[in-house]
Each structure stands twice: as structure tokens, then as C-alpha cells.
Design a protein around this ligand. Structure first.
Ligand code: PLP
Length: 461
């Protein structure tokens, strides 16, 4: 497409201002300063994003797996507007309350499993996880266990970037960034599939949850945090029985289980929450992203009755809270988002679209010998690229396999995500909005097909 002159000069201006004044998250700053933004978005509708040049892109990962209702939803915009002209902001500190915040807490309690019935609101996933860690420790202090402080997390888990969430994250580049520390957080050096709790024969068993508990002693450990399905670690679904086994382990040793539902929550996996696939009730649940489909910042921690009861028996100040804990406009959008999910049957739709996506990925696995390991739950999907998947031989680092395939897709108007943060790892993730039409999903699969073919022509001689 040819940019008109006005757009072109605006693009040049924004690009130079960006390079000079903006530091981007999860971006190479040197490259950004040299080349400026890759895309400048100017409009968005449904599953599409438009950039400055008028080019249209399919949002194949719902941006950061959060724009679950798709772009341009006027009902969500109106919910924010209506609340903003009424009470845009009011604090929940010092006992103040407002209607959307109270109503959303009740609504979440009605959706979460078991007796997860009380919500503490935050503005996002990192804040939610830090909050869960602090509330878990505070609970144990109230019970007289002043040493129960350690949080155990898994390799390839992603829990955010505030210091404690960062240290719980089991992706090296994030965990080690800036050398920040939190001595009370232990990352198991084994990931979901290596960490089957009974498997003592596995070489990485020593990094697993039980062995850490036994080594440190249960009286030092507050909680274990897991994503029901790992997202930013490359979309890893736990083996059957895994989450139930972690639940049992936590019960056995009197340790909290924190489920990080920041990606899975609110329908992404074809059920309301990730844990619902395995009928597990965690002690704390961290939520964010999908609660508002990304239209406005909101997160929260949901806790069980027993934990709430301990807090409501404490006759002092709960010295924790964010300025935006229980933001009225954010909560109004959250309520509307859940209303739309339920009214339009969108979680069931995500589940059904997931079946179609799974078929598509299996077809691609059949067609390309370097595609393997496809995994799909609802609209959360990933697959591996391996030079020889039968013999477990990865691509050479220089091939940049996942980045190359994702770049081919980008050139064909589809945004998807590569993961290559471990040697030999080449994963591609797909997670479109729930409002994707059947033929749009077909289109996504076709573009991935074409991108794999182009990659194959270049690298698979
Ligand atoms: N937890 C999980 C599972 C996530 O995927 C993310 C973000 O991608 C976070 C926590 C951090 O959330 P936020 O970026 O809103 O702080």
C-alpha cells in the first residue's frame, strides 16, 4: 500500500520522537533507537490492527494474550465512558467503596471454583503475584508461622517483572535482569513436564517441588506458584494429574497453592479458568489481562474463605494497596467484559475454535517434518520447530527458526509470537481473540502454512 504524504510525514515524525523519547518494554533498546518502531498502530477492529501505512494485520496472539474480545468493542468503551462521567476514580483505601468494584468482586467470586470468594484488586499481573506472595506470608504470620516466607516457582514460568514476580519467573533473561534479588523466592530448575512429582528417576528431579520442600523444610515455605498452562514460557500444558499432584503436595505440607491465571483466566483455554480443566482449587488465584480484554488495566488476587477469615480476624491495618486497587472505571469494564463473555457464549466459542486450530496444527505437523509438539487448549496454542523432531535435533542458533517463521507471517499480515530463550528452543505461539470467525481462523492457519513453506524453501534443503 502507498502511504499518502500526510501519513508519511506523520510516520517519520512519530518514529523520530519514539527513538528519542520512548524506552520500550521487552524490546532491544539499541535496535529501537536505530530503527524506530516496527509498527505504529492507528486503528483496530475485530481481529485486525491497522498501521500507519494502511497495512492490515491479523492479531494472532490477541496482542499480549489479553485482547480476548477483539479490538474496537464499543460496549467496553461505553462502560468505561459511562463510569468515567459518573465516578471516574474513587479510592478503596480507608474503607471507601464504589458500586462497580463491589459488584465485580461478587461476580468474580461467583465464577471462581470452590470457596475462592474474596478479591483484592490490583492493576495487573505482576502486582497480583506480588500481592499473592505478601498475603500468603501475612496469613502464615497470623497463624504464628513467622518463618513461612519462601515462594517456590517453576522453570519457564512467567509471573511478571516487579521484583518478586521477576524472581519467581523461571525465564533466565527476565529473572536475572538488573541483578535484582529476593532471597525468599526459589525457582525450581525443572519445568512442568520434567517435574512430575513421583518421578525420582528423572535427572532434574532434584529441582522439583517436593525435593525443595524437603530440603528447606515445610516451615520455611509459604506457597508454590504455577500457571495452569505456562504461557510466555512457550505454551506448556502440564501432564494429566500434575496440578492435582501439586495440590496434594501443598495440602500434605501445609503450603499455599497460587494459580497464576493471568493468561488462562476468563476463558482463554476454553473454560473460565485454567484450573477448571483439572478441578483444582488453589488457595490464591492471580488474575489480570482477560478480565477486561486489555481495554483498561486491572488485576486481582482471589483467595479462599479460610484466608479471608484470618484477615478479617486481624484487628489492624492491612498495609497493602495500590492507588488503583479497585479502580471504578476498570471494574466497570471488567463487569461488562464478563457480561459479554457469558451473553455471547464466547468461552464455548474459544473451546470450539481451539478444536479447529488443533486440526490445523496437526495438518501442519503432518505436512512439515520440522513442525512438532503442537498443543492447544481453547485459543492458547503453540508448536515446536526442530530440524529433526524424531531425533530431537534442534535448528542451529543462526537459523533463528521461530523468529524467521514469525517474520514470514508478519510479511503476510499475521502477528504471532516466537520463543527462543533457551538453547535449541524454537516455539511459535498462536492465541487469537475469541471473536475470530471460522474463516478467519482458517486464514490464520493458511498464513502459518505459507510461512512454514517459505521458511522451508530457505532453510530445509
Ligand atoms: N503472569 C502471567 C502468567 C503472565 O503471562 C503475565 C504477563 O504476561 C504476568 C503474570 C504479568 O502481568 P503484567 O504484565 O500485567 O504485570
Amino acid at each position: 500500500t502507498i502511504m499518502n504524504e500526510k501519513n508519511e510525514s506523520l510516520a517519520i515524525e512519530l518514529s523520530s520522537l519514539d527513538r528519542r523519547h520512548l524506552l520500550h518494554p521487552s524490546t532491544n533498546p539499541k535496535l529501537q533507537a536505530e530503527t524506530g518502531p516496527k509498527l505504529i498502530f492507528t486503528g483496530a477492529e475485530g481481529i485486525y490492527l491497522h498501521d500507519m501505512s494502511g497495512q492490515k494485520y491479523i492479531d494472532g496472539v490477541s496482542m499480549l494474550w489479553n485482547v480476548n474480545l477483539g479490538h474496537g468493542n464499543k460496549e467496553l468503551a461505553k462502560a468505561a465512558y459511562d463510569q468515567m462521567v459518573n465516578v471516574a476514580y474513587a479510592s478503596s483505601f480507608y474503607g471507601y467503596a464504589n458500586e462497580p468494584t463491589v459488584r465485580l468482586a461478587e461476580k468474580i467470586a461467583s465464577l471462581t471454583p470452590g470457596d475462592l470468594n474474596t478479591v483484592f484488586f490490583t492493576s495487573g499481573g505482576s502486582e497480583s503475584n506480588d500481592t499473592a506472595f505478601k498475603l500468603s506470608r501475612f496469613y502464615w504470620q497470623l497463624q504464628g508461622y513467622t518463618e513461612k516466607r519462601t515462594i517456590i516457582s517453576l522453570k519457564r514460568g512467567y509471573h511478571g517483572v516487579t521484583v518478586s514476580a521477576q524472581r519467581a519467573t523461571g525465564i533466565e533473561v527476565y529473572r536475572e535482569f538488573s541483578g535484582s534479588t529476593d532471597p525468599d523466592i526459589v525457582n525450581a530448575k525443572a519445568h512442568l513436564t520434567e517435574c512430575e512429582l513421583g518421578d525420582r528417576s528423572h535427572p532434574e528431579y532434584e529441582g522439583c517441588i517436593r525435593s525443595i520442600i524437603e530440603k528447606l523444610g515445610k516451615d520455611k515455605i509459604a506457597a508454590v506458584i504455577v500457571e495452569p498452562i505456562q504461557g510466555a514460557g512457550g505454551v506448556h500444558i502440564p501432564p494429566e494429574g500434575y496440578l492435582q499432584a501439586v495440590r496434594k503436595l501443598c495440602d500434605e505440607f501445609n503450603i499455599h497453592l497460587i494459580a497464576d491465571e493471568v493468561i488462562c483466566g476468563f476463558g482463554r483455554t476454553g473454560k473460565m479458568f485454567g484450573v477448571d480443566h483439572w478441578d483444582v482449587v488453589p488457595d490464591f488465584m492471580s488474575i489480570a489481562k482477560g478480565i477486561t480484554s486489555g481495554y483498561i488495566q486491572l488485576g486481582g488476587v482471589v483467595m479462599r474463605e479460610k484466608i479471608r477469615d484470618a484477615f478479617t480476624s486481624y484487628d489492624g491495618m492491612l498495609a497493602h494497596g495500590f492507588t488503583y486497587s479497585g479502580h471504578p472505571a476498570a471494574c466497570a469494564v471488567g463487569l461488562k467484559n464478563i457480561e459479554i463473555l457469558e451473553r455471547d457464549g464466547l468461552i464455548e466459542k474459544a473451546r470450539k475454535l481451539g478444536e479447529q486450530l488443533e486440526k490445523g496444527l496437526l495438518y501442519l505437523e503432518d505436512k512439515y517434518e520440522f513442525v512438532s509438539g503442537s498443543r492447544v487448549k481453547g485459543l492458547l496454542a503453540g508448536f515446536d520447530l526442530m530440524k529433526d523432531s524424531d531425533k530431537n535435533i534442534p535448528f542451529e542458533e543462526s537459523v533463528k527458526a521461530s523468529v524467521s517463521v514469525v517474520d514470514e507471517a508478519y510479511q503476510r499480515g499475521l502477528l504471532i509470537r516466537p520463543f527462543d530463550f533457551e538453547p535449541g528452543m524454537n516455539i511459535v505461539a498462536i492465541a487469537p481473540p475469541f471473536i475470530t470467525a471460522d474463516n478467519e481462523l482458517e486464514r490464520i492457519i493458511n498464513i502459518v502454512d505459507d510461512s512454514l513453506a517459505a521458511f522451508s524453501r530457505k532453510f530445509m534443503k
